[in-house]
Ligand binder design. Sequence first.
Ligand code: GRG
Length: 310
Amino acid sequence: MPTDARAADFRRRLDHAAEATETALDALLGSGALPGEITRPSRLLEAMRYSTLGGGKRLRPFLVIESARLFGVEGASALRTACALEMIHCYSLVHDDLPAMDDDDLRRGRPTCHKAFDEATAILAGDGLLTFAFDVVADPATHEDAGVRAALVLALARAAGLGGMVGGQALDLQAETASTPLTQAETLRMQAMKTGALLRFAVDAGAMLGGANPGQARAVARYGDALGAAFQIADDILDAEGDTAALGKRAGKDAERGKATLVGLLGLDAARARLDQLVNEAITALQDTGRGDATGVLAEAAQFVAARRS
Ligand code: GRG
């Protein structure tokens, strides 16, 4: 496929994934209680909907959907897994924005959840989204095979928890007040946990849903790791270049807080060079899936992650 057509195909698929995710999240976060639930308190539900609907690039859902499609799976299984992952991502943003963490007023171009509601509601909205994500994955509607559902639950818990995103956030916060700055290796590990783990899960989930063989699963995992690292460097570059309006969140925070970033450690030029290298690594890894041209849209996603402006 010519380069322009591939970029257009990627855009179309990203838009499609975003629309499908929005519709599915809207339905999952409806007011009707599920069997086993007693009632869904309206203000809490409103805060959960505010934090998940109507914004975001939906990159993680897109990656779940496209990774699953690479291995022949389309429909509810991928979409529900995509929604669960997006709920965890949104919960992390809500909690990250709280006064006790990054203390931000703006997210996705709107007031943060604790500003639009209140702190207690924002904490509970995050808790509610985290818990509901596992409900969605564990529900038989996600996959008929309980073994696949259990594997997804386990992988998602590992990616989101102590040794993944939450642990990475803890290391990041700890580094802000530490007497010695993180080394490059420590920074990369912290970022792989804080940001990379959920992106890696996105593509691993597609491989799990599609019954990829071990070689294919390893290739997709390598892609996910490189993409995750590229995503974080791009995020750090965007923050350093600082366009709050385009980002929909406050720029320039990393330097202000002395955050551990590759831009801070290596400078902008070297960080950009590393970003290009990671995009190539991600694209090369895709070749080992043996899925040929079908990987084009994921290759394009790696380019998008590096070139994005928000
Ligand atoms: C609070 C447990 C806990 C974890 C927070 C992910 C995270 C850990 C904090 C978010 C802060 C941040 C700016 C991280 C850098 C990368 C990142 C996750 C950016 C936001 O993701 P995008 O660009 O956002 O995919 P959208 O809004 O498009 O979904």
